[in-house]
Design a protein around this ligand. Structure first.
Ligand SMILES: Nc1nc2c(c(=O)[nH]1)N[C@H]1C(S)=C(S)[C@@H](COP(=O)(O)O)O[C@H]1N2
Ligand SMILES: [Mo]
Length: 465
C-alpha cells in the first residue's frame, strides 16, 4: 500500500515535471508521444468512424483518448513504485528509448530517479511522519496535475464550441459569407493545449532540398514578396454531411511560386514537402505548387493569424481538403521523391480532393419554425475548384425540387451562398438540399468522411407549428 502511494506520488511529480518540459521547453511529453503512436497504429477507417460515431467529430474523442493514455501512463509509473528506484529508472529508460530521442529518455530516467530518491527519506522516517508526508505530497501533486490539465483543456473546450458556430453570426462587420477568425472551425492532430505557440522573432522558414540557394527567411523577409488577398474556403476532410468543419475567409500572403523563383528550383525536384512545428508533414506535386493561387499566408480577414490558426505562416491550396494545408510551417523541402503525409499514414486519402457538398444553415435541424409565415431558407455549397452552378431544395423529402438563388461569386475558391423563400404549413416536412458542380449533380450516395471526405445530400425533418 505505502509502496503504491509513494509510487503514485513519484509518478505524478515526474509526469508534471515532464509536462513542464513540454510546455516551456517544447520537449516531447511521453504520454503525448504514446497517444500519437496509438492513433497511427489504429489509423484504420473502421476505428476512426467508430470514434466519430461514439463521440462526434469535435475534440471530445481526442480528449477522451488522451486522458485514457495519461491514466495508463500514471498507472504504469505507479506500479514501478514497487521496484527499487534504480531498477524502475532503468525500466523507464528502456521504454522511453523506444519513444523519444536517447538524451531525453536518459534525462527522464534520471529525473525519475531524483524524484524517487527525494521521496526516499520520508519512507525511512517513522510511520506517522511518513504517512503525513506522503499524503501531503500525493495531494499536492494531484492538485498540480489537475491544474495543469485543466489549463490545457480549457482552451480545448472553448475550441469545441467554435466548431459548431454558424457562419452567419450576427454583429460582425465582415461581408456575408466571410467567417471571422474567432468563428473559423478548428481541427488539429494535437490537443489544443499542445499546438505550437511560435515567437515571430525566433521563427524562420527554412527552404532547402533541391534548390539553388537554400535560405532561411524571417517573417519580415517573406512580407517583402508581392502580397495578395484571396477569398478561399477551408474544408476539413472529416466534415460530415451538413457539418461545420468548413469556413470561408479572406487570406493574405504571397505565392509559393514567388518563393520558389527566389530560391531557384534544381533539376529533378518533383515534390514540395511542408514541415510544421508540431511534426506535421504534407506534400504536393511541384507542378501544382507553382499554380497561381497556392499561397503562404500570414493574415486572415486583415488580422494576423492567431497561434491557434497557424501563426506565423500557413499553406493554402485551392481544391484540396484542409489536411493538405499545414499550419505553423517551419520548413519547405524540394525533393525528388514523395513522403507519406501525416494523415495518409493514418488511413486518410493522400490526394484529399474536395468533394461537392451543400448544407442548410436555416432552418436548423431540431428547431421548429412557425407555420404560415414566409422564412428564407439558406445555406452554403462548395466543391473546391469546381464552380457551383445550381442548388436545388426540396421541402417534401425529395419529390419536388426548386432552384435556389445563388450569391454572386466573389472568388472562384469560395463557397457559394444559396437562399430560397418558403412559407410552410403546419406539419412535419423533410427538407433536402443538393448542389450541382460544373453542371454535375452531387452524389446522393452517402459516404463516411473517412477516407476521402463525406458525400450525400443534407436532409432532416422540420417541425412546423
Ligand atoms: N501543422 C498542422 N497543420 C494542420 C493540421 C495539424 O494538425 N497540424 N491540421 C490540418 C487539418 S486536418 C485542417 S482541416 C486544417 C484546419 O485549420 P483550422 O483549424 O485553422 O481551421 O489545418 C490543417 N493543418
Ligand atoms: Mo481536417
Amino acid at each position: 500500500m505505502h509502496r503504491f502511494v509513494s509510487g503514485f506520488s513519484a509518478a505524478v511529480i515526474f509526469s508534471v515535471l515532464g509536462l513542464a518540459g513540454r510546455v516551456w521547453g517544447q520537449l516531447p511529453y511521453p504520454p503525448q508521444v504514446i497517444f500519437d503512436r496509438i492513433t497511427q497504429f489504429l489509423g484504420t477507417p473502421v476505428m476512426f468512424n467508430l470514434i466519430h460515431d461514439l463521440l462526434g467529430v469535435g475534440q471530445g474523442g481526442k480528449i477522451a483518448a488522451f486522458v485514457g493514455v495519461l491514466l495508463m501512463w500514471l498507472g504504469g509509473l505507479s506500479l514501478l513504485g514497487v521496484l527499487s528506484p534504480i531498477l524502475a529508472a532503468t525500466v523507464i529508460l528502456l521504454v522511453l528509448v523506444l519513444l523519444v530521442p536517447f538524451p531525453w529518455a536518459l534525462a527522464h530516467a534520471l529525473l525519475y530517479l531524483l524524484v524517487r530518491l527525494a521521496l526516499q527519506p520520508a519512507t525511512r522516517s517513522f510511520e506517522q511522519g511518513r504517512r503525513k508526508a506522503l499524503t501531503t505530497l500525493g495531494a499536492g501533486s494531484a492538485l498540480l496535475t489537475l491544474g495543469a490539465t485543466g489549463g490545457l483543456f480549457k482552451n480545448v473546450l472553448q475550441g469545441t464550441d467554435q466548431t459548431s458556430a454558424s457562419a452567419f453570426k450576427a454583429g460582425s462587420a465582415l461581408p456575408e459569407g466571410i467567417v471571422s477568425q474567432e468563428d473559423l472551425y478548428y481541427v488539429s492532430k494535437n490537443l489544443e493545449g499542445f499546438d505550437p505557440v511560435i515567437e515571430a522573432q525566433a521563427w524562420t522558414l527554412k527552404v532547402g532540398g533541391l534548390v539553388e540557394r537554400p535560405t532561411n527567411f524571417s517573417l519580415d523577409d517573406l512580407k517583402r514578396f508581392q502580397q495578395r488577398d484571396l477569398e478561399l474556403t477551408l474544408n476539413c476532410i472529416s466534415n460530415p454531411v451538413g457539418g461545420f468543419l468548413i469556413g470561408n475567409a479572406i487570406w493574405t500572403g504571397f505565392t509559393v511560386r514567388d518563393l520558389l523563383n527566389q530560391v531557384g528550383v534544381k533539376q529533378g525536384a518533383k515534390f514540395i514537402i511542408w514541415k510544421a512545428a508540431d511534426g506535421y508533414v504534407e506534400s504536393l506535386p511541384l507542378g501544382e505548387a507553382h499554380e497561381e493561387d497556392v499561397l503562404l499566408v500570414h493574415s486572415i480577414n486583415g488580422e494576423p493569424l492567431t497561434p491557434k490558426h497557424g501563426f506565423p505562416l500557413r499553406v493554402l491550396i485551392p481544391g484540396r481538403y484542409g489536411m493538405k494545408q499545414p499550419r505553423w510551417i517551419t520548413e519547405i523541402e524540394l525533393s525528388r521523391t514523395d513522403i507519406p503525409s501525416y494523415w495518409s499514414q493514418r488511413g486518410w486519402d493522400k490526394e484529399a480532393l474536395i468533394k461537392p457538398s451543400s448544407r442548410f444553415d436555416f432552418p436548423e435541424e431540431g428547431k421548429p419554425v412557425p407555420a404560415g409565415q414566409e422564412i428564407l431558407m439558406k445555406g452554403v455549397a462548395f466543391a473546391g475548384r469546381v464552380p457551383i452552378t445550381k442548388v436545388e431544395v426540396s421541402v417534401d423529402g425529395g419529390k419536388n425540387w426548386q432552384e435556389a438563388k445563388l450569391s454572386a461569386r466573389r472568388s472562384v475558391h469560395a463557397w457559394t451562398l444559396w437562399s430560397l423563400p418558403w412559407t410552410p404549413e403546419t406539419g412535419i416536412h423533410e427538407v433536402v438540399v443538393r448542389a450541382y458542380a460544373a453542371g454535375k449533380l452531387q452524389t446522393e450516395a452517402t459516404a463516411d468522411p473517412l477516407p476521402g471526405g463525406s458525400t450525400g445530400w443534407h436532409r432532416f425533418l422540420v417541425n412546423v407549428s
